[in-house]
Design a protein around this ligand. Structure first.
Ligand code: PEP
Ligand code: MG
Length: 878
């Protein structure tokens, strides 16, 4: 088994072994681009390291061999010794990009002797001390775990003494001083940096492998569903120097705009700097247009490289480059991360340009990100003056309390408070706070800074580089001009425009992405799974239809019994006297008829499944505690007992259940208090009749919840059929009657139940609850988060369908149902109907449709198409 591959041996299909970065370096080397030579140590070596705490046998001999080849190919020497010294970078690079989450060490191979040789080679002493201090700083922090603040303090002090803004303005002497002081900081921490380059390399490779298991990497993987056992590769690459002077620099560019998807290259460039300066966002950057002004030759060559790479990968690429004394070097490329809007535009544009086909376009976009497109924006006429302006780093607007620390953001978010995390710049250690925040604001950094990249990945609005803001993390406040914002005060950021506002600004729902409709139309050509909506109101139904829903898969009717209608429902439940009850029933029927008419009108020509009442009866009655309090208060005030309260208390006691979710719900309630279902059915049929009279084309279907035996459904069905005959005495109208399958028994006896049903709709919320014996209302507060964190459950079964348990019941139930009744239509209407992984499962299990909430209709259309095409390929989507 080999563990080391020279770049020229790598290619894009070896991402598992060489990681994305290693594969990309191989690909670019073979394309003939100017890539500094180097080699990749495989993910397999990392896996051995994770298991044994050390690399595999023979690894170091292989690495020494690779270094020898490198020395030979570039005519330099690792460790100097008379020849031009070879310095290397050591970078992590996993199969899936995890920007900034793992470790990197640059300028490795330098020591007290080599530093002099570098000075000679570069012809400038300043360069060699800059390289040396950078090495100590990074090696100290990353490999030896010496806290980074000490190094930063030294640099800040030197800048202040010299009266300059940036490190680039420090002199050779300043940097030599910094080098000495960095060494003391490391020694004071009880550590030392090896002088022998091979020893430095060994320690750095081990640190890179260890960084696979650090907290931020683990958090990132959990957030992005990246398996924990893949390991990272480690790339060792000849250093080229962007910090040799005005003729040198470093940058990051994208072949198209990663924020909007517009077909214009986008990039950040820093003169006289090393790569980490761009990524850390520590200095404000120049644009590609500025680079064109300064160095037109380099700019033209870079555009050529972008063109080559985009055509080669047939996707938008993200490229890191360095200019060393006017020569362009390409350090890295990968398929670029992008916003949801850009993902859609890129896929559609590239298909229209013929770079990819429609099938690939549909597979390119991660369905889950389509929800992001619906993120709010600042209302156009808000007319509020921004406090400051920064870089529009990740689109969408967010309001929340300003919080200046990641842990505090998590704490406040845990109290259900919306927060905006405000930092100078973020580092990977802030990732948990970023995940908890609604939006991210930094005073430093460009579009490729850590904050920008991670926020885009998380689908959160972010504004970076708002340099007018004076962020004081220590005192938890920010000032801008004479305005001060303390922690806890609300601010609003607009990641689409880059504006920052004090206070809460009215937000507007997201606007359409013009290319989305095209992409979804293409998706519709491929998908075989139907997509319906869970919608309870005519406006939701209209919205869902506009988004492409092909009917209503679930109209829950319970909210129609709430609000001011509650009193009517209570009259029905509490009174046996027909003189009180009948008018109440009549009023409810009239109101329900209007509700249903609106739904049928909004979905004219398409199926509308109305589900009969589901929740436990006691939900319609006041709480026992409240009644008790009321009774006590009357007694304390010396008032006479109120008969109504006593009556309500008796009723509440009568219907009270210890486990209401396992009690008198759904069809059970329908059979026990038949009037409730009867008036609902009558109202639905009346609504249908009115729609027909108005010239409409209503397709009403009636669904019975929480069925566990065929007999329950048989009885309700005969009531429904009697009502149909009553409302339409002279014609045979078709009103399919079906059932939810949301209890394991119903799934197990699906064949029998299908004999009485025209359709099934799997209520996978309840089916998950009852299959696991896990309360859906308490799960998130109880042990579920712990189980997910510990990996005891691979994912949240209420979000993504549990394939092996719940999924098995769905599959069995579908097959048995369809066998017993070949015309049976089968769908899913639990939350899983809008979850891409669950939709793929539904496709494989042979369901006819999924039903999702209106914002997730586009998600479902795309996910269903990808399922039909055998799975998505949204590598660059974030
Ligand atoms: C379900 O249980 O999956 C379902 C759709 O019904 P509800 O969520 O209303 O119980
Ligand atoms: Mg249910």
């Amino acid at each position: 088994m080999r563990y080391v591959y020279d770049f020229a041996e790598g290619s894009n299909d070896q991402k598992d072994l060489l990681g994305g970065k290693g594969a990309g370096l191989g690909e670019m080397t073979n394309l003939g681009l100017r890539v500094p030579p180097g080699f990749t140590i495989t993910t397999e070596a990392c896996r051995v390291f994770m298991e044994n705490g050390e690399g595999p046998e023979g690894l170091w001999e292989e690495i020494a061999g690779a270094i020898g080849r490198l020395e030979e190919s570039c005519g330099r020497s690792f460790g100097g010794g008379g020849k031009t010294p070879l310095l290397v970078s050591v970078r992590s690079g996993a199969k899936f990009s995890m920007p900034g989450m793992m470790d990197t060490i640059l300028n490795l191979g330098i020591n007290d002797v080599v530093v002099k040789e570098i000075a000679e080679w570069a012809g400038r002493e300043r360069v060699s001390w800059d390289v040396y201090r950078r090495f100590l700083q990074m090696f100290g922090k990353v490999v030896l775990n010496v806290p980074g603040e000490g190094f930063e303090e030294v640099l800040t002090e030197l800048r202040q003494t010299r009266g300059v803004e940036t490190d680039a303005e420090l002199t050779a002497g300043d940097l030599e001083t910094a080098t000495g002081r960095f060494r003391s900081i490391i020694e004071e921490a009880g550590q030392s940096v090896p002088t022998e380059p091979m020893e430095q390399l060994r320690a750095a490779v081990n640190a890179v492998f260890s960084s696979w298991g650090n907290r931020r990497a683990v958090d990132y993987r959990r957030l992005h569903d990246i398996p924990g056992d893949l390991g990272t590769a480690c790339n060792v690459q000849t250093m080229v120097f962007g910090d040799l002077g005005e003729d040198s620099g470093t940058g990051v560019c994208f072949t198209r705009d990663p924020s909007s998807g517009e077909p214009n290259p986008y990039g950040d460039y820093l003169v006289n700097a090393q790569g980490e300066d761009v990524v850390a966002g520590a200095r404000n950057t120049l644009s590609l247009a500025d680079l064109e002004d300064k160095r037109p030759g380099v700019h033209a060559e870079l555009l050529g490289v972008m063109h080559t790479l985009e055509n080669h990968y047939r996707d938008m690429c993200d490229i890191e480059f360095t200019v060393e004394n006017g020569t362009l070097w390409i350090l890295q490329t990968r398929v670029g991360k992008r916003t949801a809007r850009a993902a859609v535009r890129l896929a559609v544009d590239m298909a229209n340009e013929g770079l990819i086909d429609r099938r690939q376009a549909v597979l390119r976009v991660d369905p889950a990100v389509l929800e992001q497109l619906q993120r709010p924006t600042i209302a156009e006429d808000a007319g509020i003056e921004p406090l400051a302006h920064g870089v529009a780093a990740s689109p969408g607007a967010a309001s929340g309390e300003a919080v200046f620390d990641a842990d505090r953001a998590v704490e406040r978010a845990g109290q259900d408070v919306a927060v905006v995390l405000v930092r100078h710049e973020t580092t990977p250690d802030d990732i948990h706070g970023m995940a908890a925040a609604q939006g991210i604001l930094t005073s430093r950094g460009g579009k490729t800074s850590h904050a920008a990249v991670v926020a885009r990945g998380m689908g959160k609005p972010a504004v970076t580089g708002a340099s007018a803001l004076n962020v004081d993390e220590g005192s938890s406040l920010l000032t801008v001009g004479d305005v001060t914002i303390n922690e806890g005060q609300v601010i609003t950021i607009d990641g689409t425009s880059g504006n920052v506002f004090g206070g809460e600004v009215p937000l507007e729902p997201a606007s359409e992405t013009p290319q989305l409709e095209m992409l979804l139309t293409w998706a519709d050509e491929f998908r075989t799974l139907g997509v319906r909506a869970n919608a309870d109101t005519p406006s939701d139904a209209a919205r869902a239809r506009e988004a492409g829903a092909e009917g209503i898969g679930l109209a829950r009717t319970e909210h129609m019994f709430m609000g001011e209608r509650l009193a009517i429902v209570q009259q029905i439940i509490l009174n046996e006297d027909p003189e009180v009850r009948d008018p109440a029933l009549e009023r409810l029927r009239a109101q329900q008829t209007e509700d249903f008419e609106g739904l049928l009108e909004a979905m004219d020509g398409l199926p509308v499944i109305i589900r009969l009442l589901d929740p436990p009866l006691h939900e319609f009655l006041p709480s026992r505690l409240e009644l008790e309090r009321e009774r006590r208060q009357r007694a304390e005030k010396g008032q006479a007992p109120d008969d109504r309260i006593a009556e309500l208390e008796r009723a509440v006691a009568k219907w009270e259940e210890t486990n209401p979710m396992l009690g008198l719900r759904g069809v059970r309630l329908g059979l026990l208090v038949p009037e409730l279902y009867r008036i609902q059915v009558q109202a639905a049929l009346q609504a249908m009749k009115r729609r027909r009279q108005a010239g409409g084309d209503p397709h009403l279907e009636i669904m019975v919840p929480l069925v566990s035996t065929a007999e329950e459904l048989r009885r309700v069905r005969s009531t429904i059929e009697a009502e149909i005959a009553d409302v339409f005495p002279d014609e045979a109208v078709e009103v399919p009657v079906g059932t939810m399958i949301e209890l394991p028994r119903a799934a197990l006896l699906a064949g029998e139940i299908a004999g009485v049903a025209d359709f099934f709709s799997f209520g996978t919320n309840d089916l998950t609850q009852t299959t696991y014996g896990l309360s859906r209302d308490d799960a998130d507060r109880s042990f579920l988060p712990f189980f997910l964190e510990q990996g005891i459950y691979p994912s949240n079964p209420f979000q993504t369908m549990d394939e092996h348990g719940v999924g098995r019941l769905v599959e069995m139930g579908t097959a048995a149902g369809k066998e017993a009744n070949p015309s049976l239509e089968v769908g899913v209407c639990g939350e899983h109907g809008g979850d891409p992984a669950s939709i793929a499962l539904c496709h494989r299990m042979g369901l006819d449709y999924v039903s999702a909430s209106p914002p997730r209709i586009p998600v479902a259309r795309l996910a269903a198409a990808q399922a039909a095409l055998g799975g998505g390929d949204s590598a660059g989507s974030v």
